[in-house]
Design a protein around this ligand. Structure first.
Ligand code: FRU
Length: 923
């Protein structure tokens, strides 16, 4: 359905719903004040009103019953007026008490319809009721005729203060006066009530028992009269005439018919008429003010017929009432249905709304879905592409790894072929120390290489899931003791406390001996590596039989690890930064993997400077192992690779105490002992070598000794090599010293970094000793050239101050140096001590620095400057030789002359007299 069609439908529905509604009639409220409601006549009046009201559903009908109490009726009338009624119907109890409130209402403009009994004034809108005077009169006439003008009569009246009682009495009196033979022997007030009438009749019975007829002013009092005479059992009973003419089985028509009474006067209730008149008033239609209802006599002559007619009327009225009830029910059903219809319409509207919304959403969804589908396809395409790329990358990585694995594997053959012959050579006859030392170094490093290759192979195997436990039952204690044997010589040599602490003499455990050999070898190697001489390394083995576990702790008192390092200790390729533990980053992760394969656990706890404890937990028994993880026979541990790590194969180099006589001194900062020893051994014939195993001691040696050149490793345990160079180059004491950085990092960027901090050369490992030697020689030669230039230029510092071969710091140093000397030239006390104080260097440091930069010693330089200056003075001044000597700081003219002649080959006097010329330029 299109949205336009939906709107048309909604409009139609709206018209239908509003069109169904009847034309709205003005609504009215009628208040009805009844004097009493509990007798049949009054009930008949109310039913008549309700029947008529059924035609006026727009009317709200408020009914009040005063129960025969006039003051209560007054209050009820007031209350009805206050609710805002549009019209008041009053059936007064007594005339006088009710009159004021009715008058007031009327005068305020409220229409008032008086029914049956009247008020004491004519201030009302309309009256509906019988002519009571006429009723009394008709009764009197009928009685006169019935008694044939002769007899005794008793009258039972209604409430004397109510108008019908008075009017009926007056009418009755008028009629019987026409019959002189008729005597009204007693008038008794029954107040319209059977009970009161009966009481009074009974009380006065003796005086009235001779009466021929009783005229009772209403139906109930007539019945009471009958009952009194019946109770007295007096026959024939007195004749009785009543008033009202009520239909129905208990009405007085029936009583006439049943001959309980003789006749009754019709006195209609006027219920229907009262409503009819009220509606005419409310609808502003013409109406009659006085609506008098007719009366008639009902006696044995017509009672039967009237009863039939009234019965018929009653049944018709009942039919009408039933019909009305049905109408009411229908109306209720209609109203309910209307509500349902409204609700359904509402729901329909809502569902149309929701339907439209759903339709809209559906369309939106469709378009979103379309978009999503397109995007999805795009994503799938991209994903496939990425997948393809990933697969390609994976394949590339795989092939790289394969290559890497293969090549690692291939390394083993040449390494074995290197190791084999070395073994032979070492055990051979050659005694040549130098050869043996070199062979040992080659052997140790080839074994180290083999060990590394083996680690890589294990890593690849683990990665590929190709490594499986091959466990057999072994005595863990014996295994550990045997393993410890390898470390004992080292522990002894380094004065370390190395022991196994366990209460167990033996402990059978299922494990793969090859794997655990690697694990504990690695843990012990680390412990020895990071524990200083005189330190402690303990292995603690405890069995927890309850939990079926064995715990092996390797505890050292070494340098420990930071929290971060300990946390990441088992991370593959992680290398701690702050310690000297620059390993491969593979050992610990591999060990952990091996323990994991054993379904065990491995943990580390460490504290810097306190030590490290590795704890390995293994399960006892073999239930945790699959059949495939068990082997029946013990496997021989492949010891070669591991032991290579440990074996004290370091050659004992014949390192000489470098004699000071060697002119050039080189500081060698290198932490790797073998490399340090090897370099020292290589260079010691040419240079005096000052060895240092870390950055800090290296720096201290440099400051103290002011070497001619420094070789510094890039990676040092305590300080970064670059930091060492920076420190050297920014310290006035060492800024002039050329530095060679040795490193394993060959990246161009790292080389540039090295140069940026001021290093003269960046040599990457492996380097040839020849290249190193040549580099040292060339750097030192270059320095010499600068110094030679200085010497050949008659000790002039000025050109050096812009020489790019000299650092800015050193240029400044030279400028300061020159300035201090120039300023103090005439002072005989200008000395090395004075200069070193001014510059802030020790005598030796100053001496070495000047020697390195200028080639000569400080005193020589001062002397040269003095003599050069004296030349200048001799040429321009007339001063005496003695004066000149004094001006350039010579204490004696003789010494000046000697020195002058020694340097220039001419005496100052001759020079002054122009007997010679000098090559010297003035500085
Ligand atoms: C009912 C009644 C009638 C009588 C009328 C007079 O209450 O007693 O029997 O005709 O009132 O007001």
């Amino acid at each position: 359905m299109s949205s336009r069609n939906q709107y048309v439908l909604l409009l139609l529905l709206f018209c239908l719903l509003t069109g169904c509604k009847e034309q709205e009639e003005p609504k009215f409220t009628i208040g009805f004040s009844q004097c009493t409601g509990d007798d049949a006549w009054r009930r008949d009046m109310l039913r008549g009103m309700q029947r008529e009201l059924a035609f006026h559903p727009e009317v709200t009908f408020l009914y009040r019953d005063a129960k025969g109490n006039s003051s209560k009726q007054v209050d009820q009338i007031k209350e009805l007026i206050s609710t805002g009624i549009d019209l008041l119907i009053v059936s007064p109890n007594e005339a006088e008490p009710i009159t004021p409130v009715v008058e007031q209402a009327y005068q305020q403009g409220l229409p008032v319809v008086v029914v049956d009994r009247k008020t004491a004034s004519s201030f009302y809108t309309a009256y509906v009721g019988g002519n009571n005077y006429e009723v009394g009169k008709t009764a009197g006439q009928y009685i006169g005729a019935l008694l044939k003008g002769k007899g005794k009569v008793v009258e039972v009246t209604g409430l004397p203060t109510s108008s019908p009682a008075r009017d009926r009495h007056n009418g009755f009196l008028e009629a019987i006066h026409k019959y002189p033979g008729i005597h009204l022997i007693q008038t008794i007030s029954g107040d319209w009530e059977k009970k009161i009438a009966k009481q009074k009749l009974t009380a006065l019975f003796d005086s009235i028992k001779g009466a021929d007829l009783v005229f009772a002013q209403n139906e109930v009092m007539a019945l009471g009269t009958y009952e009194v005479w019946k109770e007295k059992d007096l026959t024939p009973r007195v004749k009785i005439v009543g008033v009202d003419g009520l239909a129905g089985p208990f009405g007085d028509i029936q009583m006439v018919n049943d001959q309980l009474i003789d006749a009754t006067l019709l006195y209609p209730t006027g219920g229907e008429e009262a409503i009819r008149v009220a509606m005419q008033i409310l609808q502003n239609k013409p109406f009659t003010k006085e609506n008098i209802l007719n009366t008639a006599v009902i006696d044995s002559s017509n009672a039967r017929m009237i009863k039939m007619q009234t019965d018929k009327i009653l049944s018709q009225q009942e039919d009408i009432e039933r019909q009305q009830q049905r109408n009411d029910d229908q109306l209720k059903v209609y109203k309910n249905q209307q509500i349902i219809l409204y609700v359904l319409s509402g729901l329909f509207i809502i569902s149309i709304g929701l339907g439209s919304l759903a339709l809209y959403s559906l369309k939106e969804n469709q378009s979103i879905n379309k978009e999503l589908k397109a995007k999805n396809e795009e994503i799938v395409g991209q994903r496939n592409k990425i997948q393809e790329m990933a697969e390609e990358a994976q394949a590339a990585t795989e092939s790289k790894f394969r290559f890497f694995t293969n090549i690692s594997h291939e390394f083993r053959t040449p390494l074995t072929l290197i190791l084999g012959p070395i073994d032979g050579l070492l055990h051979g006859k050659s005694d040549h120390l130098f050869v043996k030392q070199n062979l040992k170094l080659i052997q140790k490093n080839a074994r180290r290489l083999l060990w590394l290759v083996n680690q890589l192979m294990d890593f690849r195997k683990l990665e590929g899931g190709r490594m499986h436990v091959q466990a057999s039952e072994n005595d863990l204690i014996a295994f550990m003791k045997e393993l410890m044997l390898s470390f004992e010589p080292m522990a002894k040599k380094r004065n370390m406390e190395f022991k196994l602490i366990t209460p167990l003499p033996h402990l059978p455990v299922w494990f793969d001996a090859n794997m655990l050999d690697k694990v504990f070898f690695n843990l012990l190697s680390n412990a020895f590596k990071f524990t200083n001489d005189f330190g402690r390394i303990h292995i603690l083995i405890t069995a927890d039989l309850e939990n079926n576990k064995v715990q092996i702790k390797v505890k050292d008192s070494g340098i420990g690890m930071s929290e971060v390092e300990a946390d990441r200790a088992f991370e593959m390729f992680y290398q701690a930064n702050t310690t000297s533990a620059k390993g491969t980053g593979l050992g610990l992760p591999l060990s952990k993997e091996f323990i994991d394969l054993h379904h065990g656990e491995m943990e580390v706890s460490s504290e810097p400077q306190q030590g490290t404890t590795f704890t390995v937990s293994l399960l006892l028994g073999h239930k945790h192992l699959t059949d495939a993880e068990k082997v029946p026979d013990k496997i021989k541990v492949n010891e070669l690779a591991n032991k290579a790590q440990l074996e004290d194969a370091s050659p004992v180099w014949a390192l000489k105490e470098s004699p000071e006589s060697k002119s050039k001194r080189i500081l060698l900062i290198e932490d790797h002992p073998d490399l340090r020893h090897f370099l020292q051994y290589t260079l010691q014939d040419t240079y005096q070598i000052l060895p240092a195993s870390a950055g800090q001691p290296g720096l201290e040696t440099a400051y103290e000794n002011i070497p001619d050149l420094i070789i510094c490793d890039r990676m040092l345990p305590d300080l970064d090599g670059l930091k060492v160079v920076t420190a050297l180059k920014s310290d006035i004491r060492t800024s002039h010293i050329p530095v060679i950085i040795l490193t394993a990092q060959s990246e161009l960027e790292q080389q540039i970094e090295g140069m940026q901090v001021g290093a003269e050369l960046y040599l990457t490992k492996p380097f040839s000793t020849q290249v190193l030697k040549e580099s040292i020689r060339s750097i030192l030669t270059n320095r010499q050239l600068v110094k030679d230039y200085f010497t050949h230029n008659e000790a002039s510092i000025v050109p050096l101050l812009s020489n790019p071969a000299i650092s800015k710091l050193d240029q400044k140093f030279l400028a300061d140096f020159k300035k201090i000397i120039d300023a103090k030239l005439s002072d005989t006390n200008l000395s090395v001590d004075y200069l070193s104080r001014e510059i802030g260097l020790s005598r030796v440091q100053l001496y070495r620095k000047i020697k390195a930069l200028l080639g000569g010693n400080v005193n020589d330089y001062i002397q040269t400057v003095r003599l050069n200056k004296s030349c200048e003075l001799l040429q321009v001044s007339t001063a005496s030789i003695a004066d000149v000597a004094c001006q350039v700081g010579f204490s004696s003219a003789t010494y000046f002359s000697t020195a002058f002649k020694a340097k220039f080959g001419i005496s100052p006097t001759d020079y002054k007299n122009h007997k010679g010329s000098l090559k010297t330029e003035v500085v």
